[in-house]
Write a protein that binds this ligand. Structure first.
Ligand SMILES: *Cc1c(COP(=O)(O)O)cnc(C)c1O
Length: 491
C-alpha cells in the first residue's frame, strides 16, 4: 500500500468564505418560509428537473455555493408543500423556525443519541418527563424518539406481544411459542397498525378490524363480542389499539371504555395518537382524550400538530421494564459502568431497535420551549376552528355537500353531481395542479370525498375560502361542460 498524505480533513479550507455562504443559506431558507404564501402550494417537477437526479456519483468536489444554487432551483420548489398555509392534503405539520434552527445545531453537534453519558440524552429524558406529565403517566414511564407513529405503533405491538408471551420468544421465536394472539383496532385505524402485525410476525389475520359507529368510532359492543368469541375459540386477545384522531375524519375512539375493557380482559391498551394525542395541549380537546392516560402505551408525532420539523415520532410506555425486556440485550444495561462515558444507562438503545440515532429531541425541545404549551395548544384550537369555518362555508354553498360531521380538524365534502366520484376525483387533481390549494381525498361510507386536514399553524381563514372557491370553480367548470354536451368526466 502506498503511503499517502496523512494530513487534511473535510473541514473548510477557508472558514470565512464558508461562514459567509452559510449565513447566506440560512437567510435564504428563512426568506423562503417568510414568503411561502406567495408560492404555489405544490407544482409537479418538470422532466428536466428530474433528469438532474439521474446523474452518476460525482468523483470530484462541487463548491458549496453551486450546491446551494442547485438546491434552490431543483429541490426547493418541488416539495409536497406542507410548509405552505394552503396545504390541507394530508395530516402533515408545517414545521417552525426555532425547530429548524434546533435541527441545524443538532447537525453541527452530530450527537449519536444511542447511549453514553451525555446531556443530549437528558434533553430526550426531559421531553419524556414532559410527556409523562401531559398524559398523566407514572414516573415508571419511558419514552423514545423514533421516526414516526408507524414505527412507534410497531414497537408498541412488539412490547405488548413480548409482555404477553414472555421473553423466551426473543430466543425461540413466535412459532415455538405456539402464539394464538389476537389484537383489535377499528376499521378506521391507520394502515400502519395492520403493517405492524405483519412485521411483528403475528400476521395481519391476527388483527381484527372492528366496525365503527356513525361517528367513525370503534364500536365497543363489537369489540366485546369479538374478544369473547375469540376466547371461546381458544385464541388469546392481547391488545386493543384505540385511535385518538383518525386520519379520514378525525374521530376519537371511546378511549375510556376501551381502557376499562382492556383492564377487565387483562389486555394491553395502546393508543395511536399520531396527531390527536397532542390535542392534550388544548383545553377544549383534552377532555375528549379522557382515557388516554390509562393506556399502557401511546404513539404520537411531534411533527404533525406539534409542528416540529420532520421527523419526530414518539413512543411513551407506562412501564419501562416492559420496554427494556423487549429491546435490551439481556441485562446489558445493568452491567454497564456507573462512572465515565459509559455510565448513565439505561440508554435509548435499550428501549428500541436503533443503536445509532440522531438528536431528534433538540428540535422538539426548541419548539416546545420557544412557544410553550399554551401557544402550541392555541394553534391546535385554531386548526379546529378553521375546520368549523370550512364546514359552515360548505353548508352555505348549495353545490357542496358535507360527508362527515367535523369532529376535530378534518373536513370531508364533495361537489354535488349525478355521478360524484369521478367528478370529485378530478376536482382534487385539478385543485392540486392549480397550486392554489392542496386537498386530498378519502372514502367515506363508500363515497369519494374531498378531504381537507387543517394541521399547519400558518393556515388562515383566507386559505380555507381559497380551497372552497377552487373546488367550486372546477366543479362548475365540469358541470357546464356536461350541459354543453362535452361530458369529459361523467361518461
Ligand atoms: C400519520 C398517522 C400515522 C402514521 O404516522 P407517521 O408519523 O406518518 O409514521 C398513524 N396513525 C395515524 C392516526 C396518523 O394520523
Amino acid at each position: 500500500m502506498k503511503t499517502s498524505d496523512v494530513s487534511g480533513s473535510l473541514d473548510p479550507e477557508d472558514w470565512n468564505r464558508t461562514r459567509e455562504q452559510a449565513h447566506h443559506m440560512l437567510d435564504d431558507i428563512l426568506s423562503y418560509i417568510e414568503n411561502i404564501s406567495k408560492q404555489p402550494v405544490w407544482q409537479p417537477a418538470p422532466q428536466e428537473v428530474r433528469a438532474k437526479f439521474k446523474t452518476p456519483l460525482p468523483n470530484s468536489p462541487t463548491p458549496l455555493w453551486a450546491l446551494h444554487e442547485e438546491f434552490r432551483e431543483n429541490i426547493l420548489p418541488y416539495t409536497v408543500g406542507n410548509v405552505h398555509p394552503g396545504f390541507m392534503g394530508w395530516v402533515h405539520g408545517g414545521g417552525n423556525v426555532p425547530g429548524m434552527l434546533g435541527e441545524m445545531l443538532a447537525a453541527g453537534l452530530n450527537a449519536n443519541c444511542g447511549g453514553r453519558d451525555q446531556v443530549p440524552l437528558e434533553v430526550e429524558r426531559q421531553i419524556t418527563h414532559w410527556m409523562r406529565d401531559l398524559f398523566k403517566f407514572p414516573d415508571t414511564a419511558s419514552g423514545l424518539f423514533v421516526t414516526g407513529t408507524s414505527m412507534a405503533n410497531l414497537l408498541a405491538v412488539l412490547i405488548a406481544s413480548r409482555t404477553r408471551l414472555g421473553t423466551h420468544v426473543r430466543e425461540h421465536g413466535l412459532c415455538a411459542s405456539g402464539s394464538k394472539l389476537r389484537g383489535y383496532t377499528s376499521c378506521a385505524a391507520h394502515g400502519c397498525i395492520r403493517q405492524a402485525f405483519d412485521l411483528c410476525g403475528l400476521g395481519t389475520a391476527s388483527l381484527r378490524e372492528i366496525k365503527t359507529d356513525a361517528n367513525h368510532r370503534l364500536r365497543i359492543d363489537e369489540l366485546k363480542y369479538w374478544i369473547a368469541q375469540d376466547r371461546r375459540e381458544g385464541l388469546t386477545p392481547f391488545i386493543t389499539i384505540g385511535t385518538a384522531g383518525t386520519v379520514d375524519v378525525g374521530a376519537i375512539d371511546a378511549l375510556d371504555s376501551i381502557a376499562s375493557l382492556c383492564r377487565a380482559e387483562d389486555m394491553w391498551f395502546h393508543v395511536d395518537g399520531a396527531y390527536g394525542a397532542l390535542g392534550a395541549l388544548s383545553k377544549t380537546i383534552a377532555p375528549l382524550l379522557e382515557g388516554m392516560s390509562q393506556a399502557d402505551s401511546i404513539a404520537f408525532d411531534f411533527h404533525k400538530w406539534g409542528q416540529v420539523p420532520y421527523d419526530a415520532g414518539f413512543l411513551l410506555v407506562r412501564n419501562v421494564e416492559q420496554q427494556l425486556s423487549t429491546f435490551s440485550a439481556p441485562a446489558a444495561y445493568l452491567n454497564r459502568e456507573t462512572d465515565g462515558l459509559a455510565a448513565g444507562s439505561p440508554w435509548p438503545c435499550d428501549l428500541g431497535p436503533d443503536l445509532s440515532r440522531g438528536f431528534r429531541a433538540l428540535k422538539t425541545w426548541f419548539t416546545l420551549k420557544s412557544y410553550g404549551s399554551e401557544r402550541l395548544g392555541a394553534m391546535i384550537d385554531k386548526s379546529c376552528a378553521l375546520a368549523w369555518l370550512m364546514q359552515q362555508r360548505i353548508a352555505r354553498e348549495p353545490e357542496l355537500e358535507l360527508l362527515a360531521a367535523v369532529q376535530l380538524n378534518i373536513v370531508c365534502f364533495r361537489f354535488r353531481s349525478e355521478n360524484p366520484d369521478p367528478l370529485n376525483r378530478q376536482i382534487v387533481i385539478d385543485v392540486q395542479n392549480s397550486g392554489l390549494a392542496v386537498p386530498s381525498s378519502t372514502m367515506i361510507d363508500g363515497n369519494f370525498a374531498i378531504r381537507a386536514a387543517i394541521v399547519n399553524h400558518r393556515t388562515q381563514s383566507a386559505d380555507v375560502h381559497r380551497l372552497i372557491d377552487a373546488v367550486l370553480e372546477r366543479g362548475r367548470h365540469y358541470a357546464r361542460e356536461t350541459l354543453s354536451g362535452k361530458p369529459t368526466l361523467l361518461a
